[in-house]
Design a protein around this ligand. Structure first.
Ligand code: FES
Ligand code: FES
Length: 168
């Protein structure tokens, strides 16, 4: 059993009860992924498994056996920032930054959901897909990622720029 994390292979944990979050933070030392509520309510622990966003506090590490994990440490290229990271800086999308790794991972996977035409709760015409109010869609789709500092307006601004392909 092995798990690929940001392009590197790791053995799956010997203890089948360990969460993916604990594997990342406590066993591998990738502490960029944050522990918030530990019960699926805040989104701070969001990572991507095979490109889909998941709450790592509610995911057993063994469920990721054979999968590719991408965490905040795996977003940026070697020579700079991911465009969404730069957009968060440009739009003051954080204060303490604790929620930011989860916001970024969630938003990148969310943008792919939008691109695939997957509807959300606020998509007006399910058959037409999400082609209505983009900010409304972003707010709904990111509602599982809470920011205790209240930086949500900047977060939405940054994500909107990224989704529109306008982030540097
Ligand atoms: S720590 Fe996982 S959702 Fe809050
Ligand atoms: S920036 Fe502090 S919780 Fe979001």
């Amino acid at each position: 059993m092995s798990i690929v994390i940001n392009g590197m292979g790791f053995p799956a944990p010997d203890d089948p009860r360990i969460s993916l979050l604990d594997l990342l933070r406590e066993r591998i030392g990738l502490t960029g992924t944050k522990l918030g509520c530990n019960q699926g309510a805040c989104g701070a622990c969001t990572v991507m498994i095979d490109g889909r966003r998941v709450l790592s506090c509610l995911t057993l590490a063994v469920q990721a056996d054979g999968c590719e994990i991408r965490t905040i440490e795996g977003l940026a290229p070697a020579d700079g920032l991911h465009p969404l990271q730069q957009a968060f800086i440009d739009h003051d999308g954080f204060q303490c930054g604790y929620c930011t790794p989860g916001q970024l991972c969630s938003a990148i996977a969310m943008a792919d959901e939008l691109a695939r035409g997957e509807p959300s709760y606020v998509t007006a015409d399910l058959s037409a897909g999400p082609d209505g109010d983009l900010r409304h869609e972003i707010r709904e789709r990111m509602s599982g990622n809470l920011c205790r500092c209240g930086a949500h307006n900047g977060i939405v601004d940054a994500i909107e720029q990224f989704v529109r392909g306008e982030a540097a």
